[in-house]
Design a protein around this ligand. Structure first.
Ligand code: GLU
Length: 561
């Protein structure tokens, strides 16, 4: 018997079912009404085609944490799907343009490693990528909407509009437009425009905005202000072209996203109220809109919105951190991942990235950034890496400015202070978190006075065997034989000698334990002699960095020889 299962999506059918006579028939969903678009499949976390995304900053300020996050999310989904990430400068608001903002945006994005595939300085097939250079395209499109009746010229003077706004504000109504000019016949409108009468072009919004799906908020339609207010005869009708013939954000943004073939728009929720207007424009042009994802606002621990004007969150002020730590930090602001750890390199972010965002505001805490920084910096704390050298320089400055540590020049090798700092950081990079406190923890590498290497607290009879062990080993080594291999050997042999002494006279079954104890004791005595008992890098590394002369002197002092 043949049994048929009708589905809307191609699913998986197992072999036993096939042999039991089941077959699949995939039918397309019935066409949906224009008002209510078909619900997209729930699992849309990774687009199944290369995504074309864009970061579209306005050069009215510098890159801040929120806009870096927008750029990063768009970058990651493009890279994850093998698509392209575009940069587009939205400089429609010329009055608010900050002169160096554009260059700073480029520098900050490049610092963060978010190289764009198309955009300013790199070009691309859909350029120019700066809106002020695309004015003819926007005018052409405004004309199209005028011709189709989806837009109209508004000749109202700024003064009339101000009076209207004031009147409406008094009634507690939004600053919508009363459509005085909406019914000016097209010929008259063309005529007045050709005679140079000042005007703007407005979108004639539909009575009800088309509902849409947001990848974060789901079905958006209900709850959003309708285009018209039934109790009111005013309309949203946003301006598309200003009286100077330049486009507004709404027109330029939609025209560019369409012409640049953008498939996914990830932006902050502050743009959610603009989206119905954009959707209305896509509908008016007869274009397929991109997918939208509006990600939650960034707030501080008190729930206050992080502000663009707040210089504290300007990305340049995060340059003291590693870009990958900052990216990792920013990626976690509103994206929910399934990775085992929160610590992810850029490659891992790309590999794991999905469009699974959290709804609601996202709290930013700098403690998380410090945590990530500590993890990411480990792989950079190796000599030669620019980050390592930068930390060394900072540590040198800290020592030079530190009154408490008197650097003993005799303790240093030919390379002087910088070489010593570099050695200390190299051998103890695992314990490095921040420059503050690092020198205090390692002061015994810079001064004898920093430590007490006498054996005052150790019982003299305990020390007797240590003395014998060290005299047979470490204290036999000549200055030019103070090498990794000879020190390894000396550590091993002195532990064995000590073990012999500690095991003397013990019953056989206790000897093993005594030997183990002797090994540990050897490390403890060495640490006590070399650093005054301070913990830090491994003993063998410490012996090598401090060198023959300092170590043997400290050992002799310890043994009170
Ligand atoms: N130019 C807008 C901004 O400054 C872009 C908004 C969008 O992504 O559509 O954020």
């Amino acid at each position: 018997m043949l049994r048929t299962l009708i589905l809307r999506k191609a699913p998986f059918i197992c072999k036993p079912c096939v042999s039991a006579g089941w077959r699949l028939e995939v039918r397309r969903a019935r066409s949906t009404s224009t008002q209510r678009p078909q619900k997209p499949p729930r699992k849309i976390e990774v687009p199944n085609r290369p995504a074309r995304t864009r970061f579209a900053p306005s050069p009215t300020g510098y890159l801040h944490l929120g806009s870096l996050r927008t750029a990063l999310f768009n970058y990651l989904i493009a890279k994850r799907t093998g698509g392209q990430f575009l940069l587009r400068i939205e400089d429609t608001d010329q009055r608010r343009t900050v002169p160096d903002a554009e260059q700073r945006l480029f520098d900050d994005l490049r610092w963060a490693g978010l190289e764009w595939d198309e955009g300013p300085e790199v070009g691309g097939p859909y350029g120019p990528y700066k809106q002020s250079q695309r004015t003819p395209l926007y005018r052409q499109h405004a004309d199209k909407l005028l011709d189709s009746g989806h837009a109209y010229r508004c000749f109202c003077t700024p003064q009339r509009l101000a009076e209207l706004a004031e009147h409406r504000a008094k009634l507690g109504l939004p600053t919508d437009y009363d459509r005085t000019c909406a019914n000016v016949p097209k010929e008259e409108s063309d005529d007045r425009a050709s005679q140079g009468e000042k005007h703007v072009v407005r979108l004639r919004v539909p009575d009800i905005y088309p509902p849409f799906f947001d990848l974060v908020y789901g079905y958006v339609g209900k709850g959003l202000k309708p285009a018209t207010n039934p109790k009111d005869d005013a309309y949203d009708d946003p301006i598309l072209l200003k009286s100077d013939g330049l486009p507004t954000y709404h027109l330029a943004n939609v025209v560019d996203d369409h012409h640049m073939k953008i498939t996914h728009v990830i932006r902050g929720t502050e743009w959610l109220p603009s989206t119905p207007k954009h959707l209305a424009m896509y509908q008016a042009f007869g274009w397929q809109p991109p997918n939208f994802a509006h990600v939650g606002l960034l707030v501080d621990v008190n729930g206050n919105k992080l502000s663009k004007r707040n210089m504290d969150i300007d990305v340049s002020s995060y340059r003291r951190y590693l870009p990958e730590a900052v990216n990792n930090f920013v990626a976690l602001l509103g994206w929910s991942h399934r990775n085992r750890s929160d610590v992810m390199s850029m490659e891992e972010l790309v590999k794991n990235f999905t469009l699974k965002f959290t709804t609601g505001s996202v709290v930013v805490t700098e403690a998380k950034l410090s945590y990530l920084q500590n993890h990411h910096q480990q792989k950079h704390l190796v000599p030669g890496d620019p980050y390592f050298e930068k930390v060394v320089d900072e540590l040198v400055t800290l020592i030079e400015e530190n009154q408490k540590i008197q650097v003993d020049e005799n303790l240093l090798s030919d390379g002087g202070l910088r070489a010593r700092v570099s050695d200390v950081l190299r051998i103890d990079n695992k314990n490095f978190t921040k420059t503050e406190g690092f020198i205090e923890e390692h002061d015994y590498f810079f001064s004898d006075a920093a430590i007490d290497c006498s054996s005052a607290k150790v019982a003299p009879e305990k020390l007797e065997a240590v003395k014998i062990a060290w005299q047979k080993t470490f204290l036999q080594i000549q200055p030019d034989g103070w090498t990794k291999e000879s020190l390894q050997q000396a550590i091993k042999e002195s532990a064995e000698t000590l073990a012999e002494y500690r095991a003397k006279g013990l019953p056989d079954e206790e000897k093993g334990r005594a030997e183990k104890g002797a090994k540990k004791e050897t490390w403890q005595h060495l640490r006590q002699a070399l650093s005054g008992g301070k913990h830090g890098p491994g003993v063998q590394d410490t012996l090598l960095v401090l060198g023959h002369e300092v170590c043997t002197r400290r050992m002799n002092t310890y043994l009170s020889l």
